[in-house]
Every structure is written in C-alpha cells, then in structure tokens.
Design a protein around this ligand. Structure first.
Ligand code: HEM
Length: 307
C-alpha cells in the first residue's frame, strides 16, 4: 500500500510519527464504576489539552472503546489474553481501559503533561501503570543493543502502523504495550558473541547476522516474519525504563492489522510449529500486556465531543 492510500480522510494522532521522543511517560488506567460516559469524555478531553513540546496520544481497550463508541469498532480489536508458550514461557494479560502515551524531548515538559492528565482523570479513573521511559544513547536498549533499527522509515511507517482507508478505524492503529523486566545480570554474563546470538545483530556495529550465523532462536529471526511474501512490519516506539533494581523495556508497537503483532508474539513463545522460541525470553520477562486501539484524531474528537 502506498502513502496515497493513506492520504487518509482521517489522520493519525500527531504523537504517532513524532520521533524520537527522548522522554516518555506511560499511563494505563481503568475507569471507575458509576461514572457516566459524558463524565469520562469530559475528563479525557481535559486530559489531552495541548501543551507546548509534548504529545499526548490516547488509546482504548476493546471494552472501553465499545462503551464510548458503540456505533463501530475496528474489526480485530480485542482484549489482550494471556499467552502461553510450548516451552512454558508466558505473556500475562493486564488489559485496562485507557492508555496515555505522553512523549517529547524534555523530561520536565513531559512531566507537566503527566500532571495535567492525572489531574483531569483522578475522579474518573484509577491509574494502574505509571511509568517513565527514556531514550538511551544511540537508541540502545539496556542490554546494550540498538533497538528500532529495522523499523519502517518515512512514509512506510504509515503503511505498517495505520489502519487503511476503507476499514473501520482508518487512520487509527492497533497497539500492543508490554512492560518487560530485564535480567541484566544473567544477560551480561554471556559473552558478546552469545548475546549477539540471542538478539540476531552485532552489538557494537548493529549489523544483522547472516546465513548460518543467524540462529532461528534469535529475537530477529522470531520477529522478522513474512506471510505470503508480505513482510509483517510493525512500527515500534519502545523505550527503556526503570532504576537500579528493576529495569527493562516498555515495548510499544503500532500496526495496521492486529495479526501482525500476534504472529510475532506466537513465534517468540514457540507456538509457530517450527519448535523454536525466542531466546531473549530467557533474559527478559513480560510483566504486563494490553492491546489498544489508538483512534485517528477525528475519530477521537468525535467520541470526546459527547462530553
Ligand atoms: C524484552 C523485550 C524486547 C527487546 C529488548 C527487544 C529488542 C530488540 C532489538 C535489540 C532488536 C534489533 C534491532 C531492531 O531492528 O530494532 C529488535 C528487533 C525487533 N523486535 Fe524486539 N525487543 C523486544 C520485544 C519485542 C516484541 C514483544 C516484539 C513483537 C511484538 C518485537 C518485535 C521486533 C521486531 C519486529 C524487530 C525487527 C525485526 C527485523 O525485521 O529485523 N520485539 N528488538
């Protein structure tokens, strides 16, 4: 699909394509019982008010979207369900109602937006994930490997990330968020060569391993997927998070089609029939998991107008 197919009548929320977002904050919330739809929409509308130099993007879980926009929903939208791998690895489900992805270059500006959002939402929702993320030198993950290299660039980001014209939710995205906790002590005990086998790229120079040098269990082998000749590209906007004791990657990805994401997760877990799972899962554990729908700017405006 070309960009012209994405000369969408509905544009994505502005934060989607704004890179790099060196500072980020993630808020996952559940609506409190007994709050009216209008009350929720009023609060969301206040929460998202523009602030300088920060993007406040909003996404919804399936149940919340159905509630606020009963007229239609994206065809594949569903709550994230726990996923279990052949080898015993699991990805837990912690589906919530609403997700705020707040990002910008300056941590102070991002924090001002976090406070605005929290203040607007405090009477209508409970915050269940409140996590600060940051971009590292050369966009390296805390494992030391560059993260995001194979991401689509330029207009190709829209092809990967945005629901195409003609489908319910056009201009919006399917989203996966997962908080992964790294076990860096164990990972750092591996030699650099062994670490590279886990990831599928070289550490220092960030070159993809080739041919026999690329293990089928590497992270890149599990996530670089083609179906019927079509690369199942997604657009990743993850950041590291955490402190001295607990740290990892808040994985955040956008797709035009939810299956692109779920296929990759099944392959990581070892459920794709080839007997291989992702060796990265030996060194990092998924602690949360949720699917969201990030509506286009106009679909979001249409919902919030009911407030
Ligand atoms: C602990 C969590 C994770 C870490 C530390 C991690 C890190 C990385 C790194 C270092 C790369 C190689 C450089 C790049 O192209 O970005 C990569 C590639 C990739 N990862 Fe992850 N990742 C994690 C979780 C996931 C998950 C859950 C998915 C899928 C839903 C995923 C999908 C991808 C994709 C699609 C690529 C590019 C593959 C290619 O086409 O070469 N990652 N990741």
């Amino acid at each position: 699909m070309s960009l012209s197919a994405h000369a969408l009548s509905a544009l994505p929320q502005a934060g989607l394509l704004a890179e790099p977002g060196r500072s980020a904050h993630y808020l996952e919330m559940n609506f409190n019982p007994g709050i009216s739809d209008a009350g929720i929409c009023r609060a969301l509308d206040r929460a998202r008010q523009a602030l300088p130099d920060v993007y406040i993007a909003l996404a919804f879980g399936a149940t919340a979207w159905q509630r606020l926009q009963p007229a239609w929903q994206p065809a594949q939208l569903q709550p994230f369900k726990e996923m279990v791998g052949e080898n015993g690895y699991t990805m837990p489900a912690t589906q919530r109602d609403v997700f705020f992805w707040i990002h910008g270059e300056d941590q102070g500006e991002v924090m001002n937006a976090v406070l605005q959002v929290h203040d607007a939402m405090r009477d209508v929702a409970v915050t269940l994930l409140d996590l600060n993320g940051f971009k590292n030198r050369e966009a390296r993950d805390l494992t030391g490997f560059v993260d995001g290299t194979a991401n689509p660039k330029g207009d190709k980001r829209l092809d990967a990330a945005v629901i195409p014209e003609g489908e319910a939710g056009a201009g919006g995205s399917y989203v996966l968020s997962q908080k992964w906790r790294h076990h860096l002590q164990a990972f750092n005990q591996l030699s650099v060569h062994e670490q590279e086998q886990v990831i599928g790229r070289t550490k220092q120079d960030n070159v993809e391993l080739e041919g026999d040098a690329m293990p089928p269990t590497s992270h890149v082998s599990r996530t670089d997927v083609k179906i019927d000749g079509v690369g199942q590209k997604i657009y990743r906007r993850s950041t590291p998070y955490g402190g001295a004791e607990e740290h990892g990657l808040y994985f955040l990805a956008f797709a035009c089609n939810l299956r692109r994401i779920s296929v990759q997760l099944e392959r990581m877990l070892g459920n794709s029939g080839d007997g291989y799972s992702d060796h990265l899962m030996k060194y990092s554990t998924a602690l949360t998991g949720a699917y969201w729908f990030m509506p286009s700017q106009s679909d979001l405006d249409a919902v919030l107008v009911q407030g």
